[in-house]
Write a protein that binds this ligand. Structure first.
Ligand code: FEO
Ligand code: CA
Ligand code: CA
Ligand code: CA
Length: 706
């Protein structure tokens, strides 16, 4: 079977498993191909490397809006949550290091406005919120989020007069009060509705209102607990909220509908990121799963749209939400809503401090399954935004503004509208030995001016951004092991979590070569790894593998699952065995004997002191649940800070400006099953578990992670 035979799997009834199925039918090399084959890109790199400006990289990003960068002593100075203590919780309740405390904030179903008298939902098994209630309640599927101190706008206004950041002023940013923007990625029908499928438009509206984003005012009370407070800018943003569209696709016919309906809503809001100008970017990830058809396979309006529907993974039943059955906007074959699907898959910018402003879909940043964004201010004052497309075999992207952000904002324009979109091509050159897990790469611009892109029919920039995956396919982008979050380290480096890449069903051989080769470096890569890139200039970056999650294990890799020491045997088209050896799959026994084992890195945040926080999403080994681990980036040491509950994942990481309060989330605890956990309610076996934010503090009041 060739990779083309595997092609596009458009049918998925399993919610939240879609990223594991590739919809990338191209022959583009995967990172594994490149690392193992030592594909030389020396000629491409020649010249550009010498032009690499040493000073190009920005200093540490100021993204936490903090000015209080005084940390001393060892970076990791807490007692890690031990395996034994973590496992003893039985997956029923969140556990933290003994040097830390936590409390729960904004579980699904709590009020956005504490002064309203809408009925809250507390996990009662015999009812669910109505749609009208849910629109005023915190949604489900807590994911990416960011804390915006309440006086941030004032400080940004003063800074704009001086045209620079004023660190002394930033010391006055509030650590006690602000707006929390939080994504509500998804909630299954059994969890949200208490049934497998909607039976009415009202059911669909409940599901829709549970998805989206919350902008919610929070403050610390006199007891040191965080709570929701009333604020005119607090609001729910759902798939029915009016939106603006900006950038190259703003007035594109590709986004117009026969129905002439306005652009509404955002959905499957996964990761996120703040901008230096004080706004929140939410990312639309598995938007395809909410569409379906009432009459067979989805039909595109033309060849390009048909190809895109397949490439983006649309199918007749989506993920089984059933919205299309009662809401015609989500019926892909409804002639009035032909282009509705093109209105999703974007980055959406939200102003936390102005509830009257419509969220804006920034189309210059491309349309794909956006996981998260990390915005970096460059020395020139321009911004670079690093973005993963989370699906097996999909790509890493970058957006760069053409002009300094302060200049654009001062003129009332967005730095996210006027810029260039790039996709990553990884290589293993730079005179480095093949198989060392490091190399260089090229950011290839996605523009209609590239003949390879124009040739496939993407001859205007609105087409390029709307069908960004097709454009990236055309320029030979590198297939990755499911790129999830990105974050910027203190040296301007970018960390990319590559959560895993389970290839059991895709052992395909193409043209005598092994298409699915595993130098990335692990065959049937169930554990994931973290990649680090650093731009040398606009077009060239260097990269290395920061950590292989499997190397956190104590068990013998030769006997563990998915670990290939001596290569793997696959069959070619003729059925002849081919042996592939993987040079870069070295196992290093962990110093701690595997006490701090983790797999499936997903959420990521680098603090300004040199720590890297990683939230995991995947079955953890040794009886553990998903976890929050903290790295000392320089030494590579890491410790377990927090562990979640049965079947959840740890998502979203943000702090107050003094870095002494950290917010993170447990997402889909127990997958909604009360027999699994009732968190945040006490263990009673019946209360429906609810996604919630966990507020984490050091017992001695120190910086979180230290
Ligand atoms: Fe929403 Fe790829 O996680
Ligand atoms: Ca998730
Ligand atoms: Ca994720
Ligand atoms: Ca994930």
């Amino acid at each position: 079977m060739t990779i083309k035979d595997v092609q596009i799997q458009t049918q998925s009834t399993q919610i939240d498993d879609s990223e594991n199925v590739s919809s990338n039918p191209t022959d583009n090399p995967s990172l594994q191909d490149i690392v193992s084959q030592g594909l030389s890109r020396r000629n491409i790199m020649k010249g550009t490397l010498t032009a690499a400006a040493a000073g190009y990289l920005a200093p540490a990003p100021a993204l936490a809006y903090g000015g209080k960068h005084n940390s001393w002593g060892p970076l990791l100075d807490f007692r890690p949550l031990s395996k034994a203590d973590a496992v003893a919780a039985g997956g029923k309740t969140v556990t933290v290091s003994m040097d830390y405390d936590y409390h729960v904030l904004i579980p699904w179903g709590s009020r956005i406005d504490p002064k309203s008298n809408v009925q809250e939902y507390n996990g009662e098994p015999d009812r669910r919120p109505t749609s009208a209630e849910q629109e005023e309640l915190i949604g489900i599927g807590h994911d990416g989020m960011w804390f915006f101190p309440e006086n941030l706008p004032k400080i940004l206004r003063i800074e704009s007069r001086f045209r620079r950041e004023l660190p002394r002023l930033r010391r006055y940013l509030s650590d006690y009060e602000g707006m929390l923007c939080i994504n509500h990625e998804f909630g299954t029908n059994p969890h949200v509705l208490g049934k497998g499928a909607p039976e009415s438009l009202e059911d669909v509206r409940v599901s829709q209102a549970a998805h989206g984003v919350s902008v919610v005012a929070i403050c610390k009370n006199y007891q040191g607990r965080w709570e929701v407070t009333s604020n005119k800018n607090s609001r729910r943003i759902t798939v029915n909220t009016p939106m603006h569209v900006s950038g190259p696709a703003a007035h594109s016919p590709l986004l117009e509908n026969g129905a002439g309906n306005p652009v509404l809503g955002t959905v499957n809001n996964c990761g996120s990121g703040p901008t230096p100008w004080g706004t929140y970017i939410t990312c639309e990830e598995n938007f395809n799963g909410y569409f379906g058809t009432n009459n067979g396979d989805p039909q595109g309006a033309d060849e390009l749209q048909s190809a895109a529907l397949a490439r983006y993974g649309f199918s007749d039943n989506g993920f089984g939400y059933g919205w299309h059955v009662f809401d015609e906007r989500f019926d892909l074959n409804n002639p009035n809503y032909k282009n509705e699907s093109n209105r999703f898959g974007w980055c959406v910018e939200i102003d936390p401090f102005d509830g009257s402003r419509k969220p804006v879909k920034r189309t210059a940043m491309g349309r794909f399954k956006h996981e998260a964004v990390a915005v970096k201010e460059l020395k020139s004052g321009r911004v670079a935004v690093y973005m993963g497309d989370d699906q097996r075999g999909d790509y890493c992207y970058k957006y760069e503004s053409k002009r300094p952000w302060r200049e654009e904002i001062a003129r009332g324009r967005s730095p996210l509208d006027n810029g260039r979109l790039y996709v990553a091509v990884f290589a293993s050159d730079l005179n480095l030995e093949v198989g060392t897990g490091q190399g260089v790469g090229e950011w290839v611009e996605l523009t209609y001016k590239d003949p390879r892109i124009a040739e496939i029919g993407l001859d205007t920039q609105d087409k390029v951004v709307t069908y960004a995956r097709l454009a990236a396919d055309a320029v030979g982008a590198t297939k990755m092991d499911r790129p999830e979050w990105t974050t910027i380290g203190t040296k301007g480096e970018v960390f990319w979590t590559l959560t895993n890449n389970n290839r059991k069903d895709q052992l395909a051989v193409k043209d005598g070569d092994v298409e699915v080769n595993e130098a990335n470096p692990i065959f049937d890569h169930a554990d994931g790894h973290i990649l680090r890139t650093k731009d040398l200039n606009r077009k060239v970056f260097k990269w290395d593998i920061y950590i292989l999650s499997r190397n956190t294990r104590a068990s013998d890799p030769g006997t563990g699952p998915n670990l290939i020491e001596d290569g793997v045997e696959v069959l070619d088209d003729m059925g002849n065995p081919i042996r592939v050896d993987y040079e870069f799959a070295d196992y290093e026994a962990p110093d701690d004997g595997g006490e701090n084992v983790f797999t499936d890195p997903d959420a990521a945040w680098a603090d300004p002191f040199g720590r890297l926080f990683i939230g995991t999403d995947g079955g953890q080994p040794d009886g553990l649940q998903d976890q929050l681990v903290v790295f000392d980036v320089k030494s590579g040491e890491y410790r377990r800070l927090l562990m979640g509950v049965n079947s959840d994942e740890i998502t979203g990481i943000t702090t107050t400006p003094d870095y002494r309060t950290l917010f993170t989330n447990t997402q889909h605890p127990g997958n909604g099953n009360p027999a699994s956990t009732n968190f945040p309610a006490p263990d009673d076996g019946v209360t429906i578990p609810r996604d919630c934010t966990i507020v984490v503090t050091r017992k001695d009041g120190g910086i979180v992670g230290s």
